[in-house]
Design a protein around this ligand. Structure first.
Ligand code: HEC
Length: 417
């Protein structure tokens, strides 16, 4: 087989690079969440955008809020685009003022807490879970800026360990290794301003194309209702298990040039499908299915989809056909806001036992042992009293009352000329 057809991205470290930061500082989390970290460093030089060390001394608070919440305002005010020559313009991030203030406070806190100009370190281990007795590997370290690989460095491991010192901190990195024709790669990762060091493990396995060990352990659909857009919002969580000791590499889809790892069923007429933890290029999206394309190592993987569905005036129907057996499926819905009718599968219904949702009259529908080709039909409608606002009720009472008065007067022959 050609090596190029086996190149696989393996987003093992996504959670490390995006979520392992301490959540105590909201501004710091927002710096990651709102993607500032993908373009700016603090105290380590130029990245896609300028270094933000002491940037608060350069602008008024109002300007800082504009930079973060609405760059159009900044470009309009200074009548210049870009403001800093040699950079592209900064996109409008559309971040709320209160969130902008938190980011500003975070940036201010770095003025004195960091040492500008420091380099960073990377350390890691290749964990070999394959049967092949190789101890040392060639790991490649890529420097990445705005999707472009600027540099690639080969590092040989020593007893499986590798270490790189004196790295520049104003670039994103990615670590890769090829084993058995499969490329294992971390996602891009960034060093946070206060971070000088990262520890990264790459785990390699023998590969298998036998799908028997892959199963969907459980699937959860959490539904909420957004009054403003009159839409249902869905978060669907799939917990998939690989029960073997091999990495499951699936089959190559010739049409898509991607691997077919596991196919999840999808409601066909949904809107705004997105993948909060992953890039959508790592899925194949069809009318009735979403196909995972990243090989599955042993153990569990959680995959999250979100989507919306605008409510029709009367009933809104969603149908899906299952491609896999699923041990347990739950659907959680706020029944005071939305009615749901289930057709096709047996269920038990209970009050939701999720603590965070207790106050909101969420109800859990539980389905056990779903089989391949089972069908699920959900019909949503708004509870009747949501349609009839108090104003309409008053209007109806007024009309009935007027009609009675009219009838009374008519009977009394008042209208006869
Ligand atoms: C896609 C890349 C990108 C992202 C994402 C981004 N920026 Fe920028 N930023 C830039 C560029 C490029 C400039 C320079 C633009 C110019 O001079 O007109 C800039 C300029 C700035 C400036 C002014 C810097 C100076 O010295 O004049 C601030 C402040 C800033 N960004 C803050 C942020 C924050 C906070 C976030 C996250 C909410 C963020 N940026 C997200 C690319 C980005």
């Amino acid at each position: 087989m050609k090596n190029s057809s086996l190149i696989i991205l393996f987003l093992f470290f996504f959670f490390i690079s995006y979520f392992s930061y301490s959540m105590t500082d909201e501004g710091r989390s927002l710096f990651v969440e709102k993607r500032c970290v993908t373009c700016h460093v603090v105290g380590r030089g130029v990245f896609v955008g300028p270094d933000l060390w002491k940037v608060n001394n350069k602008y008024s608070k109002t300007d800082m809020i504009s930079w973060i919440s609405n760059t159009d305002a900044i470009y309009e005010k200074y009548n210049k685009k870009p403001i800093n020559s040699g950079y592209p313009p900064m996109p409008n991030m559309e971040i709320s003022t209160s969130e902008s203030l938190k980011i500003i406070n975070y940036l201010k806190s770095l003025d004195s807490s960091i040492n500008p100009g420091t380099s960073v370190k990377l350390k890691g281990e290749v964990k070999n879970f394959s049967n092949e007795n190789v101890q040392d590997y060639e790991v490649s370290l890529e420097s990445v800026m705005a999707e472009k690989v600027l540099n690639q460095k080969k590092i040989l491991t020593k007893n499986g360990l590798f270490e790189v010192n004196n790295l520049k901190g104003n670039i994103a990195y990615r670590v890769k290794i090829i084993h058995d024709g499969i490329e294992y790669s971390t996602d891009k990762f960034y060093y946070m301003p206060e971070e000088n060091f990262k520890d990264i493990d790459l785990t390699i396995y023998d590969s298998s194309q036998n799908p028997d060990s892959i199963e969907i352990k459980s699937s959860h659909i959490v539904i909420s209702y957004d009054e403003e857009s009159n839409s249902l919002l869905f978060a669907e969580i799939q917990n998939v298990n690989n029960n073997s000791k091999y990495i499951y590499v699936g089959l190559n889809s010739l049409i898509e040039q991607k691997r077919n790892i596991i196919k999840f069923s999808k409601f066909s007429n949904i809107e705004n499908l997105s993948f909060p933890h992953r890039s959508s290029e790592t899925f194949i999206i069809n009318d009735d299915s979403i196909v995972e394309t990243i090989p599955m190592p042993p153990g569990q993987r959680r995959i999250v989809f979100t989507y919306t569905k605008q409510l029709d005036f009367f009933n809104t129907k969603l149908v899906k056909n299952f491609f896999n057996t699923i041990q347990s499926l739950t659907i959680i819905i706020p029944e005071d806001k939305i009615n749901m009718k289930v057709k096709g599968l047996n269920f038990t219904k209970s009050k939701s036992d999720i603590k965070e949702l207790k106050d909101e009259s969420y109800v859990t529908y539980s389905f056990n042992n779903i089989f391949k080709n089972d069908n699920l039909e959900l019909t949503f409608s708004k509870p009747f009293d949501n349609y009839i606002s108090t104003r309409i009720i008053i209007l109806i009472i007024f009309l009935i009352f007027s009609f009675i008065v009219f009838l009374y007067l008519y009977k009394k022959n008042i209208f006869k000329i």
